[in-house]
Design a protein around this ligand. Structure first.
Ligand SMILES: [Zn+2]
Ligand SMILES: [Zn+2]
Length: 635
């Protein structure tokens, strides 16, 4: 994944494909935190409908009923210096007692103090292995859920701050630990003391923010807020009612409460009436269900076991035991088939194994239970297989426009995928009308950037140069300073025969990327990768410099080989060295599961070599060649 960020990819097709894949990674990442993620600015165009399973089990039945567990043990550990405020633990105990059903035995265990040094080591491991806090959990969790003693466990970890330096006060967690040779899932949460302390001021003390955060994150553990009637539109899982502890604890709300606090009110340490109603409604429906259906507790247990198997599958996958991973995911899907996640996990594994047809079947199965969750990976897979007609078939009805709940920018992905597929099928007008309404919308971020530049390149490649120019001109001023915009504008200028304008833009791109190159080589951070350097130099006709850049990148360790192969071929093809350009593509030939290889057929920079018989021999799937005009260098 380290290679697949918005800024690293280039070329109108691949560029958004990389971002799309990055976004996809968020979908099936097992145990990803669910709460308090960054707020996205885009207006949702609709709300994703709840799945049947979400309607059946809208909240956490393992805590809110006694059907599976009768005891709730909340184990609290803290890193040295991050001890939980007694006020916070008292507030947590109060809500736990208030919302758990009668007869539930509840205990809060202040357990281990974790040495600061130990936490620092874990954060180092986070950078290398992505383990971090979970690694601490693996070591320090003293209790795990146990159906024999009917005990559910919530593991709370107080630590200084999250790994990526986000400003969140806390987040809900899905801990995944190994006990007795098997993977066990434990629900829980983190509270981050540094931001909590930093935000304290006047009467809004750190202890009060601690208490509010703990109760808020525990609310996520309970499954709040899933009810669209009062969830925040742009921030699912959070309550619209500003007096509710489940409102997003951002600064604005802190200030709001500070102001109200001044008038004698206080920070909320409880869920609002609507959230309470959700809890009672769920409890009532579960009771009725259990009375009518004695197997219901077993169904809940099976769901939990499927979750465990799904985590186990990912554990195997990360260790490289692929067959075992597939086996565990299959078991999970068979045990609890109407949950989309194991189908998605299985599809992901099968796709990576090159078992495309089976992967397609798994994604289609996931779609039956959660259309958005299955649709996205399925479409991406079909695009990589160049099965554009099927993509159009899946997306033409526009129902993806309502699938914005999990990740709002996904609407850009679907629009781009559909437009891209139409374009590949030669249906340019439909491609353009798909993009209408997305660009330019005055937005000023990577997604608007991609959508705008993609649309302009579409217009340009079909000879509609005036419209392409208008499209680029309408993009925000900030985006027009970016290299992606400048490259497309330069290509347009070349197509229009405005060589001087193109030359100037390409010089700007080359010099800014030139400045970025040493930084990239030093840190090997793919977001710093000077994407356009080789190409801008090649389009400028600066042969020796362009070759020099290729040589430098070759020396950079960890530079993805397939990507370098493609870049090298593009630069050489633009420089007119057909022979070496074709040779450079060898590592991509016959690659079935590579987005880089899939991009070869449509790459406009390779237009000059595409009709070469050696090229068609290496990439028979590219026939018939698409009629793309070759760019002509500025000099
Ligand atoms: Zn939250
Ligand atoms: Zn609420």
């Amino acid at each position: 994944m380290e290679d697949e960020t918005a800024r690293t990819a280039r070329g109108p097709g691949r560029r958004w494909r990389r971002v799309a894949i990055l976004l996809l990674g968020l979908l099936f990442l097992d145990g990803a935190p669910t709460a308090c993620r960054a707020v996205l600015r885009y207006p949702g165009v609709g709300r994703k409908p709840l799945t049947a399973l979400q309607r059946e089990i809208p909240l956490n039945p393992f805590i809110l009923t006694n059907l599976v567990y009768r005891k709730l043990l909340i184990e609290v550990d803290w890193v040295e210096g991050c001890e939980p405020a007694p006020k916070a633990l008292a507030a947590l105990e109060r809500v736990a007692r208030k919302y758990c059903p009668a007869g539930k035995e509840i205990g809060i265990l202040r357990d281990d103090e974790i040495p600061r040094k130990r936490w620092e080591e874990a954060m180092e491991a986070e950078k290398e292995l992505g383990e971090g806090r979970n690694e601490l959990a693996q070591h320090y969790i003293g209790h795990v859920p146990d159906e024999a003693t009917r005990t559910e466990v919530v593991y709370v970890l107080y630590s200084p701050r999250p790994a990526a330096g986000e400003a969140a006060f806390g987040q809900s967690e899905s801990w995944s630990v190994e006990r007795g040779g098997r993977i066990v899932n434990v629900t829980g949460l983190s509270v981050f003391k540094d931001p909590v302390r930093r935000s304290a001021h006047l009467w809004v003390t750190a202890d009060r923010i601690d208490a509010m955060t703990l109760v808020h994150e525990f609310g996520h553990v309970l499954g709040l807020v899933g009810n669209p009637a009062h969830a925040q539109l742009h921030l699912p899982d959070h309550c619209r009612n500003p007096d509710c502890v489940m409102t997003h604890p951002e600064l604005r709300s802190i200030l709001y409460h500070a102001f109200v606090g001044f008038l004698g009110a206080r920070l909320p340490y409880d869920y609002c009436n609507q959230c309470q109603q959700d809890i009672r409604d769920a409890q009532r429906s579960w009771e009725a269900r259990a009375a009518a259906d004695p197997a219901f507790p077993h169904r809940l247990s099976a769901w939990r076991e499927a979750g465990r198997l799904n985590s186990e599958a990912w554990g195997f996958w990360r260790k490289g035991s692929r067959e075992e991973a597939i086996e565990s995911a299959r078991k999970a899907a068979a045990l609890f088939p109407d949950w989309e996640r194991p189908h998605g996990t299985l599809g992901y594994f099968l796709e990576k194994e090159g078992r495309t047809d089976e992967a397609v079947a798994s994604f289609r199965e996931a779609m039956r239970y959660d259309r958005a969750a299955g649709l996205e990976p399925l479409v991406r897979l079909l695009i990589d297989q160049r099965r554009y007609a099927e993509v159009v078939e899946l997306l033409r009805d526009g129902s993806w426009r309502g699938m914005t709940k999990d990740y709002e920018n996904r609407r850009y992905n679907f629009a781009l995928w559909l437009a891209f597929s139409y374009d590949r099928l030669g249906r340019t007008d439909e491609a353009l009308s798909t993009m209408r309404g997305f660009v330019p919308d005055g937005s000023s971020d990577a997604y608007a950037d991609m959508a705008g530049v993609f649309t302009a390149s579409l217009l340009r490649r079909h000879g509609r140069l005036d419209e392409a120019r208008r499209c680029l001109d309408q993009m925000s001023r900030r985006l027009r300073k970016g290299n992606r915009w400048k490259m497309e504008r330069a290509r347009l200028a070349l197509a229009e025969g405005r060589r001087e304008e193109a030359r100037q833009l390409l010089e700007e791109v080359a010099s800014s990327d030139r400045a970025a190159l040493p930084k990239y080589k030093k840190r090997l951070d793919s977001t710093l990768l000077p994407n356009e350097l080789g190409l801008s130099l090649a389009l400028l006709g600066r042969r020796e410099e362009a070759r020099g850049v290729l040589a430098e990148l070759e020396k950079a360790p960890e530079f993805p080989a397939e990507r370098l192969a493609l870049l090298r071929a593009e630069v050489l093809a633009l420089l007119g060295d057909s022979e070496t350009a074709i040779e450079a593509l060898a590592p991509l030939s016959g690659k079935k599961n590579s987005s880089w290889a899939a991009g070869v057929c449509e790459d406009e920079d390779l237009a000059s070599i595409r009709s070469d018989p050696r090229f068609t021999e290496m990439f028979p799937e590219c026939r018939p060649p698409l009629p793309l005009p070759a760019p002509s260098p500025a000099r």
